[in-house]
Each structure stands twice: as structure tokens, then as C-alpha cells.
Design a binder for this molecule. Structure first.
Ligand code: KIV
Length: 270
């Protein structure tokens, strides 16, 4: 059965945690779906981990659409959320709605939008009214890195936490169905989670959020340029890939690949 906003709300009201992972390609999305991941986010972290850009600000709407389509084609049941990249929702309401609509046409069932301003609240409201559910994103918001001044933990004081909660309440009132909280002290994320109706999805925000999200290349141990403190590595794909590629090179160079089973002859049956 397809996971929808209603399913996500029910997980929260039943006190069950929500498991979210990012994915960027068809096969990975297929396996995550089969494993029971509730939400697959095609995050703009794609810029760093799959496309090698040094900032998420460099990825385009067209690139996001290509990868969202690939993920959506691999998924049967999880909810696919397409991340709205930098400047894809900031220029005008019309442009934001058009781009959000493109995400849905590519196969997403919801979009994620970073930040909260009067303008963004209007975007969230208009998307929701148009049948495009919105996952909001507060705390550390990478698209605003130049204004924030680096990868800084947010909500370290009570007044900062109250401010984030106030923004969360506004986003909730505008129609956001969930809220990502990135890089917050656990106590702050707990306080915000307890004072919102919509589920919070934490990343580096402790265990009291309604769910957790990790960048798949981090949790699979594939991306190694930097590994944040909050990441738990459930696999070591970097070493698996390195070993597989080294073995392949050796086999090719020593004439061990292909062998008799792996070739076709003129008189072969198949
Ligand atoms: O782009 C992304 O992967 C994200 C998650 C880290 C929440 O925004």
C-alpha cells in the first residue's frame, strides 16, 4: 500500500517512529522501499554525494527532476519527497508552484522546502492547496549557509529554540505535513516536537523527534569526504566498492576475466 500523508500522520499518532532515508537512484530506492523505509527523500544532498558539487546550492531543478524520476520509478510503497533546490521556490510564487508541480510530475508525492519567511509560508500554503504536500525544514538549513555562516548547531538557547518552534507552528498552520529538524541539541528538538502536531524528522537532532532521516551515502559508508558526528554507518560500501574494483582490475590485467562461463561462442545455445 502506498504511504501517504495520512499514513505518516497515523505513525505519529500511534507513537511509532518514522524512518526516512535519502536516495538518488532507481536500485537504491527499490531496496529501501523493500526494506520498509517510510519516506524516501530525494535530497539536494545529491549535489554533494552523487554529483560532487561542493555545495547543495549548485544543483539545478532539472538535475533534481532527473533523479526524482529515477527514485520514483523504483518505489512501490514509500512516500517519495522531492527536495526543492536552491532558488527553485524563491523567485516568485508562480515559479515556485510550477517547480513544485514538476516534482510531482516527475513522480514525487510531496516536496521539501527549506526555511520560513512570510513568502515561504505563502508558498507552503499554495502548494498544499494545490494538492502538493510540503515537508518543511528548519534548524540548520544548508541552502542558507552563507547567511548562517557555516555548519552551525541551531537552537542552542531557549530563545533560539522558541523562535524555531514559532516558525514550525507557522509552517504547520500553512499546511506543512512534517518538519525536518537539522542540527539541534536533543533537548531543543524534543521541546519543539512536543509542541507541534505535525511529525518532526530529525537529522543530528537527537532521539525525541517523531522520525529520523540520514543521507544514504553516509549511512551506507559510501561518501567519505566528511562524516558528521550523528551518522551511524550501517555498511561500508566504500571498502566493498574499492575491493570489488581492485579485484576486477587484477582479473582483467591477469586475463582471469572473462572466463569460459562468461563468454559466448559462435555455436553457443545462449
Ligand atoms: O538534502 C538532504 O538530504 C536533506 C536531508 C539531510 C534532510 O535535506
Amino acid at each position: 500500500m502506498k504511504t501517504t500523508v495520512r499514513t505518516i500522520n497515523k505513525l505519529k499518532s500511534d507513537g511509532q517512529k518514522i524512518a526516512v532515508l535519502t536516495a538518488y537512484d532507481y536500485s537504491t530506492a527499490k531496496y529501501f522501499d523493500e526494506a520498509g523505509v517510510d519516506i524516501i527523500l530525494v535530497g539536494d544532498s545529491l549535489a554533494n554525494v552523487a554529483l560532487g558539487y561542493d555545495s547543495t546550492q549548485k544543483i539545478s531543478m532539472d538535475e533534481m527532476l532527473t533523479f526524482t524520476g529515477a527514485v520514483a520509478r523504483g518505489v512501490k510503497s514509500a512516500m517519495v519527497v522531492g527536495d526543492m533546490p536552491f532558488m527553485s521556490f524563491n523567485i516568485s510564487l508562480e515559479n515556485a508552484l510550477k517547480n513544485a508541480g514538476e516534482m510531482i510530475k516527475a513522480g514525487a508525492s510531496a516536496v521539501k522546502i527549506e526555511g520560513c519567511s512570510d513568502y515561504i509560508l505563502e508558498v507552503v500554503k499554495r502548494c498544499t492547496e494545490s494538492g502538493i504536500p510540503v515537508m518543511a525544514h528548519l534548524g540548520f538549513t544548508p541552502q542558507y549557509i552563507h547567511s548562517i555562516g557555516g555548519h552551525k548547531i541551531q537552537g542552542k538557547t531557549l530563545s533560539d529554540t522558541e523562535y524555531i518552534l514559532e516558525q514550525g507552528k507557522k509552517l504547520q498552520a500553512a499546511g506543512a505535513f512534517s518538519l525536518v529538524l537539522e542540527l539541534l541539541p536533543e533537548e531543543s528538538a524534543k521541546y519543539i516536537t512536543e509542541n507541534l502536531d505535525i511529525p518532526t524528522i530529525g537529522i543530528g537532532a537527537g532521539k525525541y523527534c517523531s522520525g529520523q532521516v540520514l543521507v544514504s551515502d553516509d549511512m551506507l559508508g559510501k561518501f567519505s569526504d566528511y562524516v558528521p558526528k550523528f551518522v551511524r554507518q550501517y555498511a561500508n560500501l566504500k571498502d566493498s566498492i574499492l575491493n570489488a574494483a581492485k579485484n576486477y582490475c587484477e582479473d582483467v590485467k591477469n586475463g582471469r576475466y572473462p572466463d569460459e562461463k562468461e563468454v559466448t561462442h559462435v555455436n553457443s545455445q545462449n
